[in-house]
Design a binder for this molecule. Structure first.
Ligand code: TRP
Length: 432
């Protein structure tokens, strides 16, 4: 139970509630959802199980795990993961900082008399003013570092037991409000009635990137958590649970945000600000919206914290286990480095808005490089490693030496050996 909570805590976060709806909004709505679901339950689930099997077999951080099971050359996979940890957490913490800021803003009257257009402008003004978002980014990194210093987050784990179900219930309530707004029907159709002419290489690669991001795959988070797992646990079942839970939350977030986007006349392709203008607009149309809004942003900040902790944990575990740094020291130093790396991402939403590369600001560029390149590359190598290098050992892990039934073992083998490497490479090349 603790492990499912920790792994689900890593998976469920801003990726589901902030990123998924705007990705779906930019890439054709329902067609994106269908492609996303297809990728999640084939490649995503298989790579999740691969990370679990590698982690539990090696009982190490990602760099050490690959070195132990496959020899020095394979440890490069672990390094890709550590690098991805730096890059992703740097902008993730910026967005998590927005969440903290919105806790305060909704609690102190943001919604009073606000129109949807006004809420859009107030988000724009917030990210344009450089200091405030930076302070919240710093605050969020301090929270993340504090949890990681405490070792494998007991308190957070215990808290998640109550808070994650609370987030889920609140989401259901908000979906009910959003779909009954005037004009929400168009948004529901957009999200649930697929138009397959929207499927192209860019969209498929965006869906794959989103699958890796949302499931925390490709950088060794799941591998690291599984390394603490007892032998005898049924890995395929755990993988299935985590994947199903994460996907359910993403779909609910889509059913909340997209109908509201259409009802309020926002642009579904607005990008990273979408959730932060749409959610307050939904709260402003509910009785006791201040209270629901504040509560929601608190729960979202905690969901983001459990994800951020899993990323920093990979970085710290590497420097502690392989480089002999103390845990506190490693957490503080790399927390600070990641904070600094996040500054350009934060500025890119405001003062540096006009500085773009390939049409993307710095924050979106960091996200793109990590999610479309580092994570899929990490994922391919993990699949290949399990499919070709340690296959018998991996199956022994997945079945706990034959004590569990594992009906889809042959399918897992085919996906790890052929489908995932070929499909991911093809998607990577096509997308880039
Ligand atoms: N999956 C988390 C989310 O959806 C973010 C996250 C945590 C992540 N660990 C990761 C993303 C590892 C990529 C890789 O918010």
């Amino acid at each position: 139970m603790g492990f499912v909570l920790a792994a689900a805590g890593s998976a469920v976060g801003l990726g589901n509630i902030w990123k998924f709806p705007y990705m779906a909004g930019q890439h054709g709505g329902a067609a994106f959802l269908v492609v996303y679901l297809g990728l999640v339950f084939t490649i995503g689930l298989s790579v999740m199980l691969a990370e679990f099997a590698i982690g539990r077999a090696a009982e190490r951080n990602p760099v050490g795990a690959f070195a132990r099971l496959g020899g020095r050359a394979w440890s490069v996979v672990g390094y890709v993961g550590v690098a991805a940890g730096f890059v992703i957490l740097s902008f993730y913490s910026v967005v998590a900082g927005w969440t903290l800021a919105y806790v305060v803003k909704t609690a102190t009257g943001l919604l009073h008399g606000a129109s949807p257009g006004g809420l859009g402008r107030s988000f724009g003004a917030f990210v344009a003013e450089p200091m405030e978002p930076l302070v919240y980014h710093g605050l969020f990194m301090i929270l993340t570092v504090s949890v990681v210093i405490g070792g494998v987050a007991r308190g957070i784990e215990r808290a998640s037991r109550v808070l994650m179900p609370a987030l889920f219930v609140l989401l259901l309530l908000l979906v009910a409000r959003a779909v009954t707004l005037d004009g929400a029907g168009a948004g529901l159709r957009y999200f649930l009635a697929p138009d397959f002419s929207k499927v192209d290489a860019t969209m498929v690669s965006a869906a794959l990137a989103q699958a890796f991001f949302s499931l925390s795959l490709g950088m060794g988070c799941m591998l690291t958590y599984a390394s603490y797992l007892a032998h005898g646990e049924d890995l395929p079942r755990l993988a299935m649970r985590v994947v199903a839970l994460d996907t359910l939350v993403a779909v609910l977030a889509g059913c909340l945000i997209l109908p509201a986007v259409f009802a309020f006349g926002f642009d579904p392709a607005a990008g990273p600000g979408l959730a932060f203008i749409t959610l307050p607009a939904v709260f402003s149309r509910m009785p006791a919206g201040d209270i629901f809004g504040t509560l929601f942003f608190v729960l979202l900040a905690i969901a983001a914290l459990t994800s951020a902790v899993s990323m920093l944990e990979v970085v710290v575990a590497y420097f502690v286990d392989e480089r002999g740094l103390g845990r506190t020291r490693a957490s503080v130093i790399f927390g600070l480095v990641i904070f600094l790396l996040g500054i350009p991402s934060s500025l890119s939403m405001g003062p540096w808005k006009d500085f773009t590369i390939a049409g993307k600001g710095f924050l979106e560029l960091m996200d793109y490089l990590a999610s479309n390149l580092l994570l899929p590359v990490g994922g391919v190598m993990m699949a290949v490693f399990v499919g070709w290098v340690i296959h018998p050992r991996a199956v022994a892990e997945a079945t706990s030496d034959g004590t569990h039934r594992f009906a889809w073992a042959p399918l897992w083998r085919v996906i790890c050996r052929y489908v995932a490497p070929v499909a991911i490479t093809w998607i990577l090349v096509g997308g880039l």
